[in-house]
Ligand binder design. Structure first.
Ligand code: GLU
Length: 371
């Protein structure tokens, strides 16, 4: 080998040594990097509902073999009740607490909240709309209680911790994790009273899965979420009353009147199909409008969308603007908002949160179209 050939080889070897020297401390640093921090907030539900007494946050934290491989876990007991017993002031307190924990610990990767499954989708969606941070809030429950053979609570909780610890879970809104599946709190609904695979995102599908090797995402949520959220509940002390009333043949308008007379600021009207109402409820609807109570229409079919009136094509029925309309009908329209693709239960959560910010009809409609 000539001297001119040897020189580049030597230079390359020297460079490689230098690079290895630089990378070695980095690799060592990575090996020693502390595990992500995850905070766990327990609220109760079947996951903790053991015969003879409920499991505490601490007991649940210790129920997950191998959790120390994924995260450094801290915990707190928020309450210990069935999900349907959570009050609206507890919703507010829970969301404030989650926001506060995120604000006070910038190094935290995510938060896991346990909940009973019956109304889990409501609490999770409330957190989805009110936690303004890119880090994940993961809501977890179980269908079988700790005294049952096949209790899946510890597995679900461990998967929730893994999801909360994973950087890929950031900016995906609040997440619901059960049965190895990750669903968006916006779309998920309890679809079966008993089955383990009860949490489904209707036709939208799951966001991802928790597999043995890793957390995998397939989908992204497109509506506003995380830091794009405009609601600030830090100073809100009470959520407005919003009721859900269903349309069915021969339904009376009295229930609408009763809700209005008892202080409802909004009513979600679970309409048939794409907007059909029962004629017998018209008087109730006119009464609500006369009292300035908003009516949000949401389909009772379980899926599909109710479009705002101006977006309906001409001639599709019940649609476009009409200045010839009788004044009573016009007033009704001024207080009617299309619930877009939200189920009635989710539309209620949107309306409650939205009413903490505005009582302008167009603004409310915009909010329904953006979240
Ligand atoms: N499945 C019930 C719920 O959604 C839990 C029952 C209980 O914790 O008592 O909360």
């Amino acid at each position: 080998m000539t001297a001119t050939r040897v020189r580049p080889v030597l230079v390359a070897a020297a460079l490689l040594c230098l690079l290895a020297g630089l990378l070695q401390p980095l690799a060592a640093q990575r090996a020693q990097a502390p595990l992500p921090k995850v905070h766990f907030v327990a609220t109760g539900g079947t996951i903790s509902n053991k015969e003879g007494g409920r499991l505490t946050a601490e007991e649940l934290s210790k129920s997950m073999p191998g959790v120390e491989r994924y995260a450094r876990l801290t915990h707190e007991q928020f309450t210990n009740v069935a999900s349907s017993e959570l009050t609206l002031s507890q919703w507010l307190a829970l969301s404030k607490r989650v926001n506060e924990v995120f604000a006070s610990d910038k190094a935290l990767a995510g938060i896991v909240v346990t909940s009973g499954t019956d109304t889990l989708e409501e609490t999770a969606f409330f957190l989805h709309l009110t936690v303004r941070d890119p880090r994940p809030v993961v809501v977890v429950g179980s269908m079988r209680n700790p005294s049952t053979v096949g209790y899946e609570g510890a597995a679900n909780l461990l998967e929730g911790v893994r999801v909360a610890a994973d950087p890929a879970s950031r900016n995906k809104g609040a997440l619901v994790v059960l049965n190895d599946e990750i669903n968006s709190a916006r779309n998920v609904t309890k679809s079966d009273a008993l089955r383990l695979q009860t949490f489904r995102s209707r036709d939208y599908g799951q966001l991802g899965v928790v597999d043995r090797d890793r957390v995998v995402y397939f989908n992204q949520i497109v509506q506003r979420h995380n830091e794009q959220i405009e609601f600030d509940i830090s100073k809100v002390t009470e959520l407005p009353r919003v009721d859900v009333i269903m349309v069915y043949q021969g339904a009376s308008g009295d229930l609408i009147k009763a809700a209005v007379d008892n202080g409802a600021k909004g009513i979600v009207f679970a309409v048939a199909g794409a907007g059909a109402t029962s004629g017998t409820q018209n008087e109730g609807l006119a009464y609500a409008a006369s009292k300035g109570v908003f009516i949000v229409t949401s389909t009772r079919t379980g899926s599909g969308r109710i479009a705002p009136p101006q977006q309906r094509p001409e001639g599709s029925g019940g649609g476009g603007g009409n200045s010839q309309m009788p004044p009573e009908q016009q007033r009704r329209r001024q207080f009617t908002i299309a619930g877009e693709d939200h189920t009635p239960i989710k539309a209620r959560v949107v309306l409650m949160v939205a009413l903490t910010k505005t009582t302008n009809r167009n603004e409310l409609q915009r909010i329904f179209s953006e979240y």
